[in-house]
Design a binder for this molecule. Sequence first.
Ligand code: NAP
Length: 260
Amino acid sequence: MGEGRSLSETIVLITGATAGIGAACARRFAAHGARLVLVGRRADRLDCLRHELGESAPIHTLELDIRDRCAVTRGLAELPSEFGALDVLINNAGIALGLEPAQRGDLNDWAATVDTNIMGLLYCTHAALPGMVARNRGHIVNLGSVAGSYPYPGGNVYCGTKAFIHQFSLALRADLLGTKVRVTCIEPGKVESELAHVRFKGDAAKAAAVYADTEPMTPDDIAEAIHWCVTRPAHLNINTIELMPVDQAFNPLAVHRIRN
Ligand code: NAP
């Protein structure tokens, strides 16, 4: 958002709008009348969102896989004119696959994670950024994770992609100095969403165990933080926000003890 612009004049593109944090962002920004471009692979979910939110906000949906460089470039270049001048890009789409130690890691899972969390985010950023700089306004919001700062067993490549997103977000700020384009990295801890379902490839019991007997954050908690960052005065940049549920904290560093 530029100086003096209200959310109703703002065009917001959300990747991964079909579930979890992205869907919560779509609902929150729609409630404030923003013009929304909603991106995801599941067309049926995009259609549902358009029907649900279309009364409150102008909605354009883009069914695409952010790993497909050409589809991202073409999809963003060919947005209808009333949705083309993006003010906010929420790079939210992301996956985690498996929880095996690296020595038993599945290379296909690693490639899919890097292609989505890093390359997909880069394709979207590369497509949106020149226009933002030319208009001298815009805001890129990247979804990092506490996993980018605090590794955990089996997190290996997921943790690595989120560390990349943290550092890339800061580096973008360095490049954008002198423009009014803002960059924020949102780094949540445990949020109840479909992420665990995807990580365990549809194993509902394993996914449910991630959230059992605890009170995780909700996607709407994160959407609220993103909305807050985007609606700060135009001279203010929120670099990073790290959020955790009260029920989550840090482990001591692990030590392997040798016994004889
Ligand atoms: P989620 O419920 O699984 O939603 C992920 C979204 O990403 C879905 O809308 C999915 O849509 C989309 N997506 C995945 N791959 C895609 C692709 N190749 N192309 C386009 N869209 C794709 O997960 P979430 O928890 O909301 O996660 C959102 C972001 O927050 C991710 O970047 C995640 O790493 C981050 N995060 C989550 C947590 C957590 O505890 N949940 C914590 C920290 C950070 P389609 O399947 O329809 O394409």
